[in-house]
Design a protein around this ligand. Structure first.
Ligand SMILES: NC(=O)c1ccc[n+]([C@@H]2O[C@H](COP(=O)([O-])OP(=O)(O)OC[C@H]3O[C@@H](n4cnc5c(N)ncnc54)[C@H](O)[C@@H]3O)[C@@H](O)[C@H]2O)c1
Length: 283
């Protein structure tokens, strides 16, 4: 390891289990010399194994629902007490859609759920940034990263209202990136990651086909969670001090492709298939 984060302190949201992207980022950050506080919802603490990660990384765990301003402010307070000062980086790795969970398609959304999706997966990023700024919790030249997906720009069958939440998330990175950059030299970016087999990932409709399709379309293949961790470490490090307000694709080239030979081969094999779809599948 390169010790890229030696002396840096942070907060990592969203490590649930060994498959979580945030889990891999926490491991890599620790290996690179960072120290951090881990956080997740009280429910996730019960079902996941974040305490094991905390033991491994000499971390403490502070529960917080990222939709609650009170919880977030308490998290910053406890973190600054723990470290005896401000932090240098934050990872927002949070996503959940009650509509996806309940199988409500995009043209049959429950609006209460829709608001929850936007709050948990998008607006929570604003709440974290606003609380951090109000409490002056991040050192000058600090770095904040949130994880996103290309469905913010393009339509993907089955990604549902999470696409809208990701568009909101990326917009918040730009809007707050201006304010925090201007005042404190703090940078804010989103990393748009390949589909990845995690708990949240496996909730996406047709994830197996999506993984296969994007693998065939990407010249470098899908980016794994471990590779995403490597990339995020560089964004928390001093090597990327002037990168801000960007949506950074970490997807093996997928987002710049239109058609690849491997995908075309597959298409040709299946071109005569007269697929029948139910009305629900067509949504
Ligand atoms: N897996 C993929 O295919 C993929 C691709 C691109 C981007 N992402 C994004 O990566 C991030 C991490 O997802 P993951 O794939 O590692 O899955 P994951 O299920 O391991 O992580 C999602 C996390 O969000 C947390 N969470 C949910 N509601 C919360 C709340 N109210 N407050 C605080 N935390 C809450 C969960 O407890 C969980 O730890 C998400 O933003 C996801 O959209 C995932």
């Amino acid at each position: 390891m390169y010790n890229l984060l030696k002396g840096k302190k942070g907060i990592i949201f969203g490590a649930l289990d060994e498959k979580s992207i945030a889990w891999k980022i926490a491991e890599r950050a620790y290996e690179n010399g960072a120290r951090f506080v881990l956080t997740n919802t009280p429910v996730a603490m019960r079902f996941g194994n974040v305490k094991d990660l905390a033991d491994k990384c000499e971390s403490i765990v502070v529960p917080a629902d990222a939709t609650s301003v009170e919880d977030i402010e308490n998290l910053f307070k406890q973190t600054m007490e723990h470290f005896g000062g401000k932090i240098d980086f934050i990872l927002h790795s949070i996503g959940m859609s009650p509509n996806v969970r309940k199988g409500n398609t995009y043209d049959h959304l429950n609006y209460e759920f829709y608001l929850k999706t936007l709050d948990i997966s998008g607006m929570s990023f604003h709440k974290v940034l606003q609380a951090a700024r109000k409490m002056d919790a991040i050192n000058d030249w600090g770095s904040v990263v949130a994880l996103s997906y290309v469905a913010a720009q393009r339509t993907f069958y089955g990604y549902n209202d999470m696409a809208d939440a990701k568009a909101l998330l990326e917009s918040i990175a730009r809007s707050f990136g201006y304010i925090y950059g201007r005042d404190k030299k703090i940078r804010i970016n989103t990393v748009s990651q390949s589909p990845t087999m995690t708990t949240a990932g496996s909730g996406v409709k047709g994830i197996d086909a999506l993984l296969d399709f994007s693998e065939r379309m990407s010249p470098l293949g899908n980016a794994t969670a471990d590779e995403c961790a490597d990339y995020c470490i560089t964004l928390f490090s001093d090597l990327t001090k002037k990168v801000t307000m960007q949506n950074l694709y970490h997807d093996g080239g997928f987002s710049s492709m239109g058609m690849s030979l491997k995908a075309m081969d597959m298409y040709n094999k299946g071109v005569n298939c007269d697929c029948e779809h139910t009305e629900e599948e067509l949504d």
